[in-house]
Structures are given as C-alpha cells and as structure tokens.
Design a protein around this ligand. Structure first.
Ligand SMILES: *[C@@H]1O[C@H](CO)[C@@H](O)[C@H](O)[C@H]1NC(C)=O
Ligand SMILES: *[C@@H]1O[C@H](CO)[C@@H](O)[C@H](O)[C@H]1NC(C)=O
Ligand SMILES: *[C@@H]1O[C@H](CO)[C@@H](O)[C@H](O)[C@H]1NC(C)=O
Ligand SMILES: *[C@@H]1O[C@H](CO)[C@@H](O)[C@H](O)[C@H]1NC(C)=O
Length: 186
C-alpha cells in the first residue's frame, strides 16, 4: 500500500527535480547539432522590373508609395518576398530552395526591420522547411534571429541564424548570408 504521505513526498520530489532542471545553475552546453550556410537574393520591384523582381512593397505609410521605399529609414514599409536560395553568393547559381515571407521596417530612427519567413527546400540534398523570425537591426554587421521550427528533414529544428548583408545595391538588390546553427535536431 502506498500511503498518502508517500504520494505527496513523491510529488514534491518530482517538483523539485523538474524545477532544478529548469532553473538550475548549470547551463546546458551550447554546441550546435547542425550547421548550414545559405545565401538568398532579394530583387525589389522598382516599377519597371516585374520580370526579375522577387520582392514587392505591399504596404507603405501615408507619406510613401509602393514603388519606392518610404523616407526616412523605409519606416512603415511592408515587403513580401519569394527569393532564390543558393549555396554560394552567385545570384545565377542553381537555387536549392526559396526564401518566402515578409520583412517590415519598424524602426523610426535607424534602418531596422522585422523578419518572418521560411526556407522551403525541395532539392536532392534537403526536403522540408525551416522557419525564421526576429528583429534585424540592418546597420549591424551581423544580426541574430531565431530558427523557430522546421519540417521534413528539419523536423522540430530550433536554433539561431546569423545574418550578414553580403551585397547591397541601392534599394533594388541585396543578398543575405545566413549562417544557421541548430541546437535541436531530431
Ligand atoms: C534584372 O533583369 C534585368 C534585365 O534582364 C537585368 O538588366 C538586371 O541586371 C537584372 N537584375 C538583377 C539584380 O539581376
Ligand atoms: C513614389 O515615391 C517616390 C519618392 O519617395 C517618387 O519619386 C515616385 O515618383 C513615387 N511614385 C509614385 C508612383 O507615386
Ligand atoms: C519537389 O520536387 C519534386 C521533384 O522535382 C516534385 O515532384 C514535387 O512536386 C516538389 N514538391 C514541392 C512541394 O515543390
Ligand atoms: C548593434 O550594434 C550596436 C552598436 O554597434 C550595439 O550596441 C547593439 O547591441 C547591436 N545590436 C544587436 C542586436 O546586435
């Protein structure tokens, strides 16, 4: 027979052990279980390049429009994109997937955006998706955003993506290098 006090003791024991895992002094070692590097290429629609534009301003503030970034700091612009992903920094390399989602300029006194997008892979190497979200303070050489999940080959993946602006040509073209470190792999 298990007494009531034994059950309570067991329960308390369980509580303290889980809380020590959650709030304990020891940090789990931070070693990535997977590391990947990609580039993606964004060509913004500027009024006359519909054929190769991969991004469009879909929302702009009252003082802007959808063919040019709002001034100052692009603040208030919302952009939707469907960009090719490549393994190297060449726009014309065979794409290994698409980066699809949105960026919105949400900083008033410096260039900065908020990103929410997915990498969709359907190649011989990877099938599945990775999902990203986070703030992108554009003026910093490197920025970190969260890898908040994945599907397929990246089932339940989580980690950090380090972004670097690898090329920037006015308001028409930019290329981001994405250095992905996954800390949860299945
Ligand atoms: C877009 O296409 C035009 C015409 O083909 C070309 O001149 C331009 O360089 C292209 N832009 C980029 C970024 O490749
Ligand atoms: C959009 O705004 C830019 C300046 O911000 C201006 O040069 C351009 O003519 C505007 N385009 C339209 C279609 O209103
Ligand atoms: C992935 O690629 C295969 C082979 O090219 C194709 O049959 C399939 O429709 C693609 N799936 C998606 C979701 O694009
Ligand atoms: C961006 O850079 C500034 C100054 O270089 C630094 O103070 C800030 O912490 C950086 N922000 C991020 C998110 O790394």
């Amino acid at each position: 027979m298990v007494s009531k006090t034994q059950i309570v003791a067991l329960f308390l024991c369980f509580l303290t052990s889980t809380s020590s895992v959650t709030y304990g002094q020891k940090r789990r070692p931070r070693r990535p279980c997977n590391h990947l590097v990609f580039y993606f290429h964004d060509i913004l629609f500027k009024g006359d390049n519909y054929n190769n534009a991969t991004a469009a301003i879909v929302g702009s503030p009252a003082w802007g429009n959808k063919t040019a970034m709002a001034q100052p700091y692009n603040f208030g612009d919302l952009v939707v994109f469907d960009d090719p992903i490549t393994l190297d920094n060449n726009l014309h390399s065979p794409p290994v997937g698409r980066a699809q989602g949105t960026y919105l300029y949400d900083q008033r006194i410096i260039y900065g955006a908020w990103l929410g997008f997915s990498f969709l892979f359907n190649s011989t190497k990877h099938v599945g998706s990775l999902n990203f979200a986070g703030a992108d303070p554009l003026m910093n050489k490197t920025r970190e955003i969260s890898v908040i999940g994945g599907t397929g080959d990246f089932f339940m993946a989580r980690g950090i993506a380090t972004l670097m602006t690898d090329a920037f040509e006015g308001d028409v073209y930019f290329r981001l290098r994405v250095d992905i470190s996954l800390y949860e792999c299945w």
